[in-house]
Design a binder for this molecule. Sequence first.
Ligand code: DLL
Length: 435
Amino acid sequence: MANYWNQEIECMSREDMKKLQDERLVAQVKHVYENVEYYRNLMDEKGIKPEDIQSIDDIHKLPFLTKADLRDAYPYGLLAKPLSECVRIQSTSGTTGKRVVAFYTQNDIELWENCCARAIVAAGGTKDDVCQVAYGYGLFTGGPGLNGGSHKVGCLTLPMSSGNTERQIGFMRDLGSTIICCTPSYAAYIGETLHEMGLTPDDISLKAGIFGAEPWTEEMRKSIEKSLGIKAYDIYGLTETSGPGVSFECCEQTGMHINEDHFYPEIINPDTGEVLPEGEVGELVFTSLTKEAFPLLRYRTRDLCVLSRKKCSCGRTLIKMRKPMGRSDDMLIIRGVNVFPSQIETVLIEQGYSPNYLIEVDRVNNTDTLDISVEMNPEQFSDKMKVMQEQEKALALAIKTMLGINPKVHLVSPKSITRSEGKAVRVVDRRKLHD
Ligand code: DLL
């Protein structure tokens, strides 16, 4: 069974991969320096010339690029090819500020779709599969990226986009979809709807899901796998680096293999910029090695992550990154304690609640407050006030044990929290409104 899309690269020896990266980095830096004034200025300020970069070992000499640079240079300032050679743009939703617009040449699209094809094949996809793409289409990279990868693999591709959940399930049944691609929160919603329609995983043919674009926990993975009767694979990427497919999970499900022939990863200390050794948590930084229109040198993703070169049972030698814990800017500091929404999600699912919740943070009389509304399953619902209060107390205690701070838990009735068809919004931080 062909379980690699590009075995030569995916299973390449370390020495060969290093050689490939060395050559590609030298060429990429030269391309950037010659064609992008913005980078040329950044490098000149640091006194770095393309000749100073002879191999990957010199990468630390290059300046970092941040989201602020992308905003400064918006829209065309980082373009490294004439517009006449660009064939596509994609963009972020702009929820954390001004939009990021990424440009692609025909060749950039090819490379991107090949990266997505690797992810689909690693999840067991072949040309005999029916692949339902339920990520949003349009400016968001999820739909177009997985759509392109699915075509490359030769799957029968269903470009559903997100939303209209009952219709998704209808098509899934009629056409016998075997792979579904969407955000994990939408996968959970599809699973819930399936059961509400009186159906079970036996009524559908899905075997795998390729889920990403937002942080999700192991507990969420297990819950989706159960409700849809599939194996759930993680996929990571960001608009800036072209979209999904920067890294992808294999059957081992212990982190994502980075397509390091195209994206060179580093982990840095977010405060000092110092490069951290393998195994330490820090901010993930990517350097593109092959991009034409929108290359990025040492781009700070703000995603907190760990890299690992531990041997993988799938045979791939590509370095792995752990599931990102969230962006450094998703981390909440509540009463001086660092809190990731994913920690709360872990407790909720472990305690038998649904992954439908809303975290609200505020500041009252100079003290931070943490309120968590959690949806009950119908069988958890009781009309006895005392029973409900006890359940709330027990859940608050479990969360306190995890976080070290006391939350106020509100159990709310089934179906009262809005479901997500794309990236879920699970945190409202009202403190920002007062600042
Ligand atoms: O979310 C690209 C994508 C589409 C990835 C479909 C996977 C599947 P952006 O909208 O630019 O691009 O958001 C990128 O989303 O920096 C992470 O913070 C987060 N993210 C993406 N994938 C994962 C993942 C797309 N698997 C930002 N786990 C990134 C955790 C993820 N966070």
